[in-house]
Write a protein that binds this ligand. Structure first.
Ligand code: 2RA
Length: 329
């Protein structure tokens, strides 16, 4: 399988190469792709150096699969060019997620919707992926009426500049700012840009992408996305109101039985998910499972995942694996 990784030098691109190697993805030829300024530089895959090529050269090489994590603008311009040339694109940007002609895929939830005709496939936003891994099995069983989500997002979701800002602030050094305020010893209620409705793009992604993936516009979702000085992954406090009542023990079993979800939930032993322990893992971790006694049929959860892995690279690679396993490429 000839595979292009577009955005190979970025944080997600680097994790994509790591995940492809870990999962022994059937690559016969790897095409690392990045912007013009990086062409000719090297990246490492399976302890071997590869030379970065341009987008135009990668399109001409006609890879079977191109996995993108290069920003929305690059995806909008170049994903169609790859697709017209016969390549199937899995795109990690927000460019195609809400396009009604494109599928928004979490393999454990809706990969079965994919066909050979899907030449541009959208990877959901990181905070959406981990949320839906918990919500989908519960929605199927109890029907979610409303979800109230507060996210506590890693600075790695912003990128290298944010990680550098935090390190500079640790050392009380001046440097380029990824955020309008210090992030060390702080929490910023500002992930991505503000919309006219007072919500940020990040918050509206949770609302809109949840509805699309569940295929149910009746599910009400409201979100507050917070950036915190953490690197291991995103955490989410989730309150769910169901149409139907539930047993907590059954909720735990449903979640733990769902592929890709691990329940970590025992207050007696201080067992609950934390980003420091989720980092480098591909599962979504759920804990603090407890009834919300303030209203009927309602539940609180705590959901943690490595945002660079299941939130981005691993989910995209799993889509590519599904395409191969089901002979869709
Ligand atoms: C963030 N979800 O965390 C966005 C980008 N991946 O900033």
């Amino acid at each position: 399988m000839k595979v292009a990784v577009v955005g190979a030098t970025g944080m997600v691109g680097q994790v994509m190469l790591k995940v492809l190697a870990e999962r022994d993805f059937p690559i016969t030829e790897l095409l690392p792709v990045a912007s013009e300024k990086s062409v000719g530089k090297k990246v490492t895959y399976k302890d071997k150096e590869y030379t970065i090529i341009s987008l135009a050269d990668a399109v001409a090489a006609k890879p079977e699969i191109a996995i993108f994590s290069a920003g929305g603008g690059t995806s909008l311009e170049w994903a169609p060019k790859f697709a017209e040339n016969g390549t199937t694109v899995v795109d990690n940007s927000s460019a195609w997620r809400m396009d009604p002609t494109k599928k928004l895929v979490i393999p454990e939830i809706n990969a079965s919707e994919l066909t050979k005709e899907d030449k541009i496939i959208a990877n959901p936003n990181c905070s959406t992926i981990q949320l839906l891994m918990a919500l989908k099995p519960l929605h199927d069983k109890y029907t979610i009426k409303r979800a109230v989500v507060s996210t506590y997002q890693s600075i790695t979701g912003t990128g290298v500049k944010a990680v550098q800002q935090l390190e500079n602030e640790y050392e009380d050094k001046e440097g380029e700012m990824a955020y309008p305020y210090p992030i060390h010893r702080n929490a910023l209620p500002h992930c991505d840009v503000f919309q006219d409705n007072g919500y940020t793009k990040e918050e509206m992604k949770l609302t809109n992408e949840t509805k699309k993936i569940l295929g149910d516009d009746s599910v009400s979702v409201t979100a507050t996305a917070i950036r915190i000085p953490v690197v291991g992954g995103h955490s989410e406090s989730v309150n769910l109101e169901f149409e139907n009542d539930f047993e907590e023990s059954e909720v735990r079993k449903i979640l733990n039985d769902f592929p890709g979800v691990t329940v970590q939930d025992n207050p007696d032993t201080n067992t609950y998910p934390m980003p420091i322990y989720a980092e480098g893992k591909n599962d979504v971790f759920v804990g603090r499972i407890r009834r919300d006694y303030s209203q009927p049929n309602s539940l609180n959860l705590w959901v943690v995942a490595d945002n660079l892995r299941k939130g981005a690279a691993t989910n995209a690679v799993q889509i590519a694996e599904y395409l191969i396993e089901n002979k869709l490429v």
